[in-house]
Design a protein around this ligand. Structure first.
Ligand code: ADP
Length: 475
């Protein structure tokens, strides 16, 4: 099969969140003897780890409004059957961030990713790749299925929703800029409350839709979680599937992780303690003998940072330690920094994006907090499980599918969960965690349960492959 992954980010090249982890991993796991894989991405200014010997396939010009916008298609076959294709257009992608600044999204994001989408189809044509199926990811690629239908191209598409909260809804002017026929602008098509919705275009025109966990696939068809898209998703419910993300255990494994202080395995889990002590030393933090709660993630409303701040306000009066690494909404960053001032020897709030510190926190913490409002899949809890760091999560989306609440009667479970989105319930879960920590035998048992879980990509990749075959057979 010839498979093209189209994404706005992918590790190891550029990352702002989980999408990058997933797209980068799929690029590796789809690559088998039977498959030829292409990864299409914008050539950002901040891109890293680009293989040497990128070749210019062709200079292109794409009509945006009345202008011909020039760009380049660059490519490199990294390994046999595994090719990276980059769309270079410096006015759009030669910027310091991927999507926007602290002040907000770039105002021309519709034009940037519209250009990218058209350029990907041009690249496929120019490079003469007979792509069988395009695996498209999130709103940035949502127009591609429409362009394919409009141009009657013989390419099948799977459109994956990584987060329904980001929809790419833009003013109607984008129709003219991208030369999209007005016939597509209706509520059954790409119109969304008077705007043009790139995400909706992906939902309506792709051959199949997936999202990143079975529970989220159900949730997004309800009013509570559907962010206005529930109706259109329900019309396509027979073409919607939830496939759980995995993680790449060659990058996330405490036995081999080069970024943590001391490696450990399920059999040498006592060495995890050294990671905690060293993290305490690095951040000037007395952690010995106290439960350490970690968090690594975007500081966004979605992630439950508001109930976290409330819960911390209470629990920081107790003998616990908390370390948080994240960037995001200014008000939430400020709230955490303010809380740190009041509890500077108990709370560290590191407002930055830092891969190495993230690894250290996963390895050093006793518990990992994800009190999300909603969580399509979530990677933090999967990484934590592997590192023997018990996740404390709200029962939603992928968190619900991967974390089993400790049951004090059966002693089963790999973490702690709570159901209502409110700070009291989250606080209750943190307190249960503290109690578990005080019972060393129980804590060690749950750690073993956690580390035994297998959320590697193998299972999910097999499901994607089966799905691709079914889509190609028109089943
Ligand atoms: P989302 O994609 O919604 O942001 P996920 O849980 O799916 O959330 O994935 C987040 C990924 O980004 C994880 O790999 C996490 O470790 C990483 N990450 C998030 N914030 C930071 C940060 N400030 N520094 C380092 N890594 C981060």
């Amino acid at each position: 099969m010839k498979i093209g992954i189209v994404t706005s980010e992918a590790v190891p090249f550029v990352k702002s969140g989980g999408l990058a982890d997933i797209a980068g991993t799929l690029f590796n796991v789809y690559h088998t003897e039977e498959n030829e894989i292409y990864l299409f991405m914008p050539m950002y200014k901040t891109i890293k780890n680009i293989p040497s010997g990128l070749k210019i396939e062709e200079n292109i010009a794409i009509q945006i409004g009345s202008q011909e916008i020039e760009g380049q298609i660059l490519s490199k076959e990294i390994e046999k059957g595994k090719t990276l294709v980059l769309i270079k257009q410096d006015r759009y992608f030669g910027r310091n961030s991927l999507y926007g600044t602290k002040q907000g999204d770039y105002p021309d994001n519709a034009e940037r990713f519209g250009y990218f989408s058209l350029a990907v189809l041009k690249a496929i044509d120019i490079m003469g790749i007979n792509i069988d199926i395009l695996h498209l990811n999130d709103w940035q690629t949502g127009l591609i299925p429409l362009f394919i239908k409009d141009k009657r191209l013989n390419i099948k598409t799977l459109f994956t929703i990584h987060n329904l909260g980001y929809q790419g809804n833009f003013p109607q002017g984008i129709l003219d800029l991208l030369h999209i026929d007005r016939k597509y602008f209706s509520p059954a098509k790409i119109e969304f409350y008077n705007s043009v919705s790139f995400l909706k275009s992906g939902i309506v025109y792709s051959d199949f839709i997936s999202t990143v966990s079975p529970t989220y696939a159900k949730e997004i068809r309800t009013k509570k979680y559907g962010v206005g898209m529930e109706e259109i998703l329900n019309t396509r419910k027979n073409f919607l599937i939830g496939i759980l993300n995995g993680i790449d255990y060659s990058l996330w494994n405490p036995e081999t992780d080069q970024l943590i202080y001391k490696n450990y395995s399920i059999n040498t889990v006592k060495d995890k303690e050294e990671n905690k002590i060293k993290l305490g030393e690095e951040f000037n933090f007395d952690v010995k003998g106290k439960p350490l709660y970690g968090l690594v993630g975007r500081l966004a409303e979605q992630k439950g940072i508001d109930i976290l701040v409330d819960a911390l306000n209470s629990i920081l009066n107790e003998n616990i330690r908390v370390i948080i690494l994240g960037t995001g909404e200014k008000a939430l960053e400020d709230a955490l920094v303010e809380l740190q001032k009041q509890h500077h020897n108990k709370l560290k709030a590191l407002i930055k994006f830092d891969e190495a510190t993230a690894h250290k926190i996963y390895a050093a913490s006793d518990f990992f907090m994800m009190p999300s409002q909603y969580e399509p899949c979530g990677l933090g809890q999967l990484i934590s499980l592997k590192y023997g760091t018990l996740p404390i999560v709200r029962e939603t989306g992928g968190l619900k599918d991967t974390v089993d609440d400790y049951n004090e009667y059966t002693h089963c479970g790999n973490g702690i969960s709570f159901s209502e989105y409110c700070s009291d319930d989250f606080l209750g879960a943190m307190q249960r965690a503290k109690k578990i920590y005080s019972n060393e035998k129980l804590y060690k048992q749950l750690q073993q349960n956690a580390m035994q879980c297998d959320f590697s990509w193998k299972k999910s990749a097999d499901i994607y492959m089966k799905l691709f075959k079914q889509i190609l057979q028109g089943k």
